[in-house]
Design a protein around this ligand. Structure first.
Ligand code: AHG
Ligand code: MN
Ligand code: MN
Length: 335
């Protein structure tokens, strides 16, 4: 990649100047995420060496106890975000409750809250397959000066101020939106700088990839079963090709670049989907819409769901707009 490319740092400053009255806090927050992502990236890259330097639950050569990587990623993000005077609360997939963050002066002046899935696809770590971090940012709705409340975290996704992910893949990338399109930055690990490599990312309106864990087929709703058969039928640009990595971030990223649909439907035994609305679906739904795609629960827009609990799960249909619209058609027809 040419070093003439704009860096993420330059991009953040340029965008901040476009908002006349911006205080720069959101820019600082994105900067903190950029930094935490680099630290997690470093840890993820070392994962294959764990057996050599000491496995989980054992003492490594530095005398430190090895932690599971998703807990470590959680701690790195919480630590990096709380150390700056921007965030008043964090909710993470790895914690039952949200964490209120006090400002140093204890006056609770910080106005942003962050929700994260610190390590998504973590079962793929052991087999050297791409994983990621997903984040979602809101403005608090409780009054400044008071501690954050549950209502600050239970806002519908359409209130997100920014969202994105970091993908630890063959390259490490940070992809995010502040509601003005989606941009992707690739990390040059040699110098620790992200460069704008994917400006204005967009889902192709059509595609030929479907991503779903078909092992659960018997538990799928009828609409999904019929839609899968439609994907496999010989007609037009079908049969589609099937690609499922099992790291949501990675499946999403590929589909956004190549065109495709990701489905994690309701599982009859769970009575709902597996994916978490606040940590996984809302941020990816915001990105999808900003990139010209659609995200739905099979019937309704993900971003309009009013959450009722932090770890709520939902069915998730996300990707190229004509493909998701077709899947919704099947859901409606075979209720
Ligand atoms: P996490 O690692 O954060 O728990 O998320 C795993 C998620 C998601 O990344 C992936 O798409 C999905 O679970 C895979 O589920 P199945 O193994 O049931 O297909
Ligand atoms: Mn996840
Ligand atoms: Mn996770």
């Amino acid at each position: 990649m040419s070093q003439d490319h704009q860096t993420l740092g330059e991009f953040i400053i340029e965008k901040q100047n476009e908002f006349k009255y911006s205080t720069g806090e959101l820019s600082k927050l994105i900067n903190a995420i950029r930094l935490a992502g680099k630290i997690v990236n470093h840890e993820v890259n070392k994962a294959g060496l764990i057996d050599i330097i000491g496995g989980s639950g054992t003492i490594n050569v530095q005398g430190e106890k090895q932690q599971k990587l998703d807990i470590l990623a959680h701690e790195i993000f919480v630590h990096t975000l709380s150390n700056r005077e921007i965030v008043c609360g964090i909710a993470s997939e790895e914690e039952d409750h949200f964490l209120p963050i006090n400002s140093l002066d204890n006056k609770n002046q910080n106005k942003y809250i962050v929700l994260i899935d610190p390590l998504d696809g973590s079962s793929n770590i052991d087999v050297n397959v791409s994983v990621g971090t997903i984040f979602s940012i809101y403005r608090r709705i409780s009054p400044i000066g008071k501690p954050v409340t549950m209502d600050d975290f239970l806002q519908p996704g359409n209130k997100q101020v920014a969202a994105g992910y970091i993908i630890y893949g063959t390259s490490t990338m940070m992809v995010y939106t502040t509601g003005h399109g989606v941009n992707g930055f690739t990390l040059n690990p040699a110098i620790g700088t992200y460069y704008l490599s994917h400006p204005n990312m967009e889902f192709p309106p059509d595609g030929n990839i479907y991503s779903i864990n078909e092992g659960n087929y018997t538990h799928f709703p009828n609409g999904v079963k019929k839609y899968i058969k439609y994907c496999q039928m010989e007609e037009g640009n079908r049969p589609y090709t099937s690609r499922y990595i099992g790291s949501l971030v990675t499946d999403f990223h590929r589909n956004m670049i190549k065109g495709g649909i990701y489905i994690y439907p309701k599982h009859n035994q769970l009575g709902t989907g597996k994916l978490r609305l606040l940590y996984e679906c809302n941020p990816l739904a915001f990105l999808a819409e900003q990139a010209g795609g659609i995200a739905s629960n099979g019937f309704n827009r993900i971003l309009d769901i009013q959450p009722t609990e932090l770890h709520q799960r939902t069915p998730f249909f996300c990707g190229s707009k004509n493909m998701v619209a077709k899947a919704e058609e099947f859901m409606g027809a075979y209720k």
